[in-house]
Structures are given as C-alpha cells and as structure tokens.
Design a protein around this ligand. Structure first.
Ligand code: MG
Ligand code: MG
Length: 277
C-alpha cells in the first residue's frame, strides 16, 4: 500500500513503470527493506548527495530523506551516520549531526562494524563506468558506490533508494530502467543492493521506508519538522531543485506543499495502522 503511494510518478519520468515491473518480481520489497532496517540498527551509514550539472551543486532530493532516516534510526535506539559531499554536508549541518567522512565509512565497512548501508539519491556508475545525470550528462565526481560494492562483498546489508534509474541500487532493475526511462540504456546504474526502493521522488522513498518501519515496530517514526522549514535551510546554502536547477521551494520540480501533504498522508496511514480500526 505504502509502496504504491510513494511511487506516484508526478514528474512522468518512467519510474512508475519501473515500479510496476519491479513489484511483480518482489512484491514485498518495502516490507523487506523495513525489516532489514529494524534488524540492523547498530551502525547505520546513510549516503546521500547528487551533484547536478553544469554547476554540480547538490540537489535537494535526498538530504531531507537522509535526515529523516537518521532521526528514525536514533529514535529506535540505533546509531546512524551520514556520508555526503562537503558542500551538502555544510547545508545539512544546521539540521542534523553525526556525519562521517569517506575514510571513516570505508574503515567501518572493512572492519565489519557497519550494520547497514542506505543510499538515498546517490549516483551509481553506468555500464560505461561513469556517472550520469538524468539527461545523460557525465558527472566528473568521486561517488560513493564503491562502498556499497565493498559492503556487499563483506555481507553487510544494503538498501538503495532511487527515483530515476541512475542511482545506487537501481542495478537491481537495470532491464526495466533501460526499457521505461528515457535514455535509460545510457544512464542506468549497474550498482545493485540487497533491498531496492523505487519512488516518485527519492525523499518519498525514505519516508515510505520509515512509515513501513513504523507499522512493523508499532512506533511512530516519521519526522516532526515541516518540509518547508528544512527546505529553506538547504536553499540558503544553495542546494538546488534537481529539475529546475534553482534553489527554490520545490523538490524535483514539485512544490513543497505536495511533499508536506504526502508526508501527512503517510502519517495518517501509520497512525491508523498502528492504532487499529
Ligand atoms: Mg534521482
Ligand atoms: Mg529525485
């Protein structure tokens, strides 16, 4: 139920068709991911950040979901760490603490200390070995997908959240991305995860995961802050809407009130499910 809501394809980018194909293969993907989250709370590494060409400013889809996930893990008694690019870290710092750098994350994974890796809207390499924007522009950046490959080798569970096909995790459904997303064969990520969550907007994927974890755990875990207030902070630091290319009150070209409304719908569903009929 929640998976359907978070896969509303308002941007008409083909993700709904990817989702419909994906759910025939793995109908319980959101529940499976929520169980993986609830069962591995000790040291959760949350990776986010998508630089948008030509400026390579970070986009505002991803960080809000990452902050919400960080809060949910800590509320459940776990420990969460955020890994991202320096410019996005600066913008997120007024909203959340608990960042680690690439070296610390690598060590935690290599030592087997990381209990779970979650990617939300992070670039995953395509078959040509490069990262691409949704429009097929190659990104000259050092991404974080190698950490997910390392984690998988070390049998550390991984969750990937994406909305376009070019993100970490979308390697699980590469054939569907190639079929349904414009220029999918060029941009589709080859990087897979144990649990992929598709969503119309990646932040919605994080909120959906938290809603599902709330239902499973019987505890309300969705964030209390307003989307608008958090977005204002990111705007101030020049974090942009990935579709419009501007620092404004929208995410993926969708006005902020729609994001708030979606969160509020998830909230109502969780309260209903947890408190019962
Ligand atoms: Mg995306
Ligand atoms: Mg997005």
């Amino acid at each position: 139920m929640i998976a359907q809501i978070i896969n509303a394809d308002l941007g008409e980018r083909g993700i709904c068709k990817v989702y419909l194909g994906y759910r025939t293969r793995r109908y319980t993907f959101l529940k499976d991911a929520a169980e993986a989250l609830l069962g591995n709370l000790e040291n959760v590494i949350i990776v986010t950040g998508f630089p948008v060409p030509p400026s390579l400013r970070p986009e505002n889809d991803g960080p809000l979901g990452a902050i919400a996930l960080h809060e949910a893990v800590e509320r459940l008694g776990g420990k969460a760490f955020i890994l991202t690019f320096d410019d996005l870290k600066e913008a997120m710092l007024p909203l959340v603490r608990g960042f680690i750098d690439r070296g610390q994350a690598e060590k935690m994974i290599a030592d087997g200390e990381a209990s779970l890796l979650i990617s939300i809207e992070s670039p995953g390499k395509a078959s040509d070995g490069r990262y691409h924007s949704m429009r097929g522009i190659p990104l000259d950046i050092e991404g974080f997908d190698e950490l997910f490959l390392m984690a998988r080798e070390g049998k550390i569970p991984t969750i990937g959240i994406g909305d376009g096909g070019n993100e970490i995790g979308m390697g699980n459904v590469r054939d569907l991305v190639e079929r349904y997303v414009p220029i999918g064969e060029k941009i589709s990520s080859t990087v897979g995860v144990d649990h992929l969550i598709t969503a119309g907007v990646s932040n919605w994927g994080a909120y959906g995961l938290i809603a599902e974890a709330s239902i499973l755990s019987g505890r309300y875990l969705l964030p209390e802050w307003r989307e608008e207030d958090a977005l204002k902070v990111l705007n101030y630091f020049g974090v942009i809407d990935g579709v419009t290319g501007k620092a404004e009150m929208s995410v993926d070209g969708i006005p902020v009130n729609v994001h708030e409304d979606l969160k509020s719908l998830l909230k109502d569903l969780v309260v209903h499910k947890v408190s019962g009929p």
